[in-house]
Design a protein around this ligand. Structure first.
Ligand SMILES: [Zn+2]
Length: 223
């Protein structure tokens, strides 16, 4: 596989803002250019030479509406009005460089989170953004901020399990259970983490690779 420079991995994608109807461009990742390197225990993906997660929030620089890409188009009329009333008047236009660094990504995810509050989004979507923020702070080596966001994501996903239909932001039940166990362990809930993994490993619809991952994580906790 050829190696690409970071700037060769992005392109301008055109969007129409569902709130203010302005047409704008946002950076997106070119297919097949970023190379997968590894997953952390909680499935945080690591790529080279660019992190696709950094580009997953679509932000309209005219009105301040922002959301993760899979949710960007999905907005009701009353949510649209709420964004116009509570986001747009305070929004200060940002001048991000073409390549997003970790701080730019944090800024964009925070703007998406602000929009979630105003839109009264489901807890699952908010938890997903907190998980991503935790991963961004991990890239910055800011452990206390990472743990803070992991805790919010953990509680939120637990609540979402009983109140929402799965998948949540593309995460199916098994993946979400695995992430819950892994972040639970990270924030000090080892027993709960092991309990979730034991419940997960006996499920019939798992690939052998996924089962190996679960066993590996269980062994890691015990040692
Ligand atoms: Zn807009």
């Amino acid at each position: 596989m050829p190696t690409y420079k970071p700037e060769e991995c992005i392109y301008d994608k055109t969007y129409t803002c569902p709130v203010c109807q302005e047409v704008f461009k946002a950076k997106q990742i070119r297919k097949g250019r970023a190379k997968f390197v590894s997953n952390d225990d909680d499935l945080k993906p690591n790529y080279t030479p660019i992190q696709p997660d950094y580009y997953d929030v679509i932000l309209c620089n005219h009105c301040g509406y922002a959301a993760i890409s899979s949710k960007f188009e999905t907005i009701t009329l009353s949510q649209q009005e709420a964004v116009e009333k509570n986001i747009t008047p305070q929004y200060v236009k940002q001048d991000y460089s073409d390549l997003y660094d970790v701080d730019t990504a944090i800024d964009r995810y925070n703007q998406a989170l602000k929009n979630c509050d105003v839109k009264k989004s489901k807890i699952g979507e908010k938890s997903y953004i907190h998980l991503k923020l935790a991963w961004l702070y991990r890239d910055k080596n800011d452990i206390s901020k990472e743990i803070e966001h992991l805790k919010i994501a953990y509680d939120g996903f637990n609540e979402a399990f009983t109140t929402e239909k799965l998948p949540i932001c593309g995460l199916d039940e098994n993946t979400l259970l695995y992430i819950l166990a892994a972040i639970g362990i990270k924030i000090g809930y080892e027993e709960e983490g092991i309990r979730i993994l034991s419940r997960l490993i006996v499920k019939k619809d798992l690939s052998s690779r996924f089962k190996e991952k679960i066993s590996a994580l269980k062994d890691k906790i015990k040692s």
